[in-house]
Unconditional design. Structure first.
Length: 388
């Protein structure tokens, strides 16, 4: 008898019909619904095992097991040190900027330096004369001037053939040589387009450059280093009283989720920590480009140049300015320059109950990372924070 005949004879004694199988396992008296359930369960198990075996085969798992068996290689969990060494390295430009910024902190003297390291870093460099200039600024200015000559961003103003080239060059060189090249190009082109709209705009921006060349310029707002001279107007727009076209409102709408405020007077506001910064902080006034009116203030805190990260605090503005394009642009101008210097992470912390404040991080493209319970004590009460 052949092997095939032997196999056929052996299988012939097995019950191959559903009824016979049920009788063999003593399940013939079960209700029909339960019978179907048993068969479907067997079918599901069979299909699952088949799918797993198929994936293992197609994925090459059996082949890898065979190779490891032949080579004698022992498969273990990844070693943490080995995995750490496989991490991608930071760009050299970022590491160089990090060392340079850390040196700025080491050289900082709170008693003699007029600005904190972070404030000085973000300010536009604008020498008023040749004595204040430096070879790097002159070199960048000349290179940008020639670049704009070769490819201006618009029509040349009548009677002012060099105005467009000069505006592009001073904006490009004012960004410094530590910012990324693409940022300098984009900022200079934006500034050139604003100056070159008309003779009036060229005259206005030219005067502004001579008076306040260190400001960060945008289309709708500019960022000025926050000073005590801003205190009077800032108090007027945030004390809840009617101001200009704005009606009276509850000042807690501005100060309710902040550690300080509302303030009883302009003096109390100026003497508060809003105008007293630590070495790792910076403050800027948001000024409307058309009206020259103060929109609000914005602060940066917890600057950590060693790890290239910093925290952006939400702008403090009157309720009617909350969420406007002016506030959005002010944040963008800061973020753009921070990233140009190599900062890798900018964080925003918002109180979980501050519903209105949650809109801004989302509009700016921030990602919600989590929630920290009991993060702060705000006005003698608990404050949980959402981290973006």
């Amino acid at each position: 008898m052949s092997d095939l005949d032997k196999l056929t004879s052996a299988l012939s004694i097995l019950p191959l019909t559903p009824t016979a199988l049920l009788e063999a396992f003593g399940l013939s008296n079960l209700p029909t619904a339960q019978r179907y359930g048993i068969f479907l369960g067997i079918l599901t198990f069979t299909l699952t095992v088949t799918a797993v075996l198929t994936l293992l085969t197609l994925g090459g798992s059996w082949k890898r097991i065979e190779i490891q068996e032949k080579s004698g290689e022992v498969t273990t969990a990844p070693d943490s040190v080995v995995q750490r060494k496989k991490r991608a390295l930071i760009l050299e430009r970022l590491l160089e900027n990090r060392d340079w910024m850390m040196k700025r902190y080491a050289d900082y003297n709170h008693n003699t330096d007029p600005f904190t390291p972070l404030t000085g870093l973000l300010m536009t460099f604008a020498p008023k004369n040749a004595k204040e200039s430096n070879p790097t600024y002159t070199q960048n200015y000349t290179k940008a001037y020639r670049r704009c000559q070769d490819k201006p961003g618009g029509e040349i103003l009548g009677g002012l053939p060099e105005a467009r080239f000069e505006s592009y060059a001073r904006a490009y060189a004012g960004c410094g040589d530590r910012t990324s090249l693409h940022y300098r190009w984009s900022y200079a082109r934006m500034y050139e387009s604003l100056c070159g709209k008309s003779h009036e705009s060229e005259d206005r921006y030219g005067k502004l450059w001579n008076e306040r060349g260190s400001d960060i310029i945008g289309a709708k707002v500019r960022l000025e280093v926050l000073e005590k001279r801003h205190g009077k107007e800032f108090y007027e727009i945030t004390n809840g009283m009617a101001y200009g076209a704005d009606k009276k409102y509850d000042p807690e709408e501005v100060w309710g989720f902040l550690e300080y405020g509302p303030f009883a007077s302009e003096k109390a506001l100026i003497e508060s920590e809003l105008f007293q910064w630590n070495s790792d902080e910076a403050g800027f006034a948001i000024v409307d480009m058309i009206t020259d009116r103060l929109v609000g203030v914005v602060h940066l805190t917890n600057d950590d140049p060693k790890n290239l990260n910093v925290q952006l605090n939400l702008p403090i503005v009157k309720p009617s300015s909350d969420g406007t394009t002016e506030v959005m642009e002010a944040c963008f101008l800061l973020l753009d320059r921070l990233f140009a210097y190599g900062y890798r992470r900018v964080q925003i912390a918002i109180d979980t109950q501050d519903v209105r404040a949650k809109r801004l991080p989302r509009s700016l493209g921030f990602t919600q990372e989590g929630q920290i319970p009991k993060h702060r004590i705000i006005k003698d009460s608990n404050g949980d924070s959402i981290i973006y």
